[in-house]
Design a binder for this molecule. Structure first.
Ligand code: IMP
Length: 178
C-alpha cells in the first residue's frame, strides 16, 4: 500500500490489535481497583487507542488530552513541542494513565513527565500500544506495552506518515525494498 512516496506492508492486523487491547484493559482494571483514574491521551497518535482502551477497562475514569509533537515525517527531531496541554486539568492527587501510541526514543515522555510531576498526581502509569526497544534508552519504565516492535517505521491505528495513514485499521510497516 502506498502513502505519499512510500510503500507499506501489513504488519499487525486489526484482530490482533483488538485482542491485545482487551488484555491491556484487564491489566489496567486490576491495577486501578477502587480508583477513578484520569486517562491522559497524547495526541495526535493515541486518539484511536484511547477510544478502544477506555472501553476495555472496567472502571469509571476521567479523560483528557494533550497535544505534543516531535516527529518530522519519518524521524524524530529530538525537540518536543507542546501545542496544548495541562492548563485547565486538575491532576492533584489523581492516578494518571498516560496513553501513548508508540514509544520510540522516549524523548516525548522525557519532556512531558516532569510537566506532570509538578502537578502532584498520586501516581503515573504509562501505557503504550507499541515500543521500539532497540531505540528506547531512557530509564523510566513503560508500565504496559501492547507490542514490542523492531526499529522500523509504522503507520495506521492512529499513527501517521506525514499526516496520512491514521485511519487505517491495521498497523503497516515501511517496506524497506522501496
Ligand atoms: P519518541 O519521542 O521518539 O518516543 O516518539 C514518540 C512519538 O513519535 C510518537 O508518539 C509518534 O507520534 C512518533 N513516532 C515514533 N515512531 C513512529 C513510527 O514508527 N510511526 C509513526 N510515528 C512514530
Amino acid at each position: 500500500m502506498q502513502i505519499h512516496d512510500k510503500q507499506f506492508k501489513r504488519y499487525i492486523d486489526e484482530a490482533k490489535i483488538q485482542a491485545r487491547i482487551l488484555e491491556m484493559g484487564q491489566v489496567l482494571t486490576e491495577r486501578m481497583k477502587n480508583k477513578n483514574p484520569i486517562f491522559l491521551s497524547i495526541l495526535n497518535g493515541s486518539f484511536v487507542l484511547v477510544a478502544d482502551l477506555v472501553r476495555a477497562c472496567d472502571f469509571d475514569a476521567e479523560l483528557s488530552f494533550v497535544r505534543l509533537s516531535s516527529y518530522d515525517k519519518l524521524t524524530s527531531t529530538g525537540r518536543v513541542k507542546m501545542h496544548y496541554g495541562l492548563d485547565d486539568v486538575d491532576l492533584e492527587n489523581k492516578d494518571i494513565i498516560l496513553i501513548e501510541d508508540i514509544v520510540d526514543t522516549g524523548n516525548t515522555l522525557e519532556f512531558f513527565l516532569p510537566e506532570l510531576q509538578i502537578k502532584n498526581p498520586s501516581s503515573i502509569t504509562i501505557a503504550s500500544l507499541l515500543l521500539k526497544p532497540e531505540v528506547y534508552q531512557k530509564k523510566f519504565p513503560i508500565d504496559i506495552v501492547g507490542f514490542e516492535i523492531p526499529n522500523k517505521f509504522v503507520v495506521g491505528y492512529g499513527l501517521d506518515y506525514d499526516g496520512l495513514g491514521r485511519t487505517l485499521r491495521d498497523i503497516w510497516q515501511l517496506d524497506e525494498k522501496e
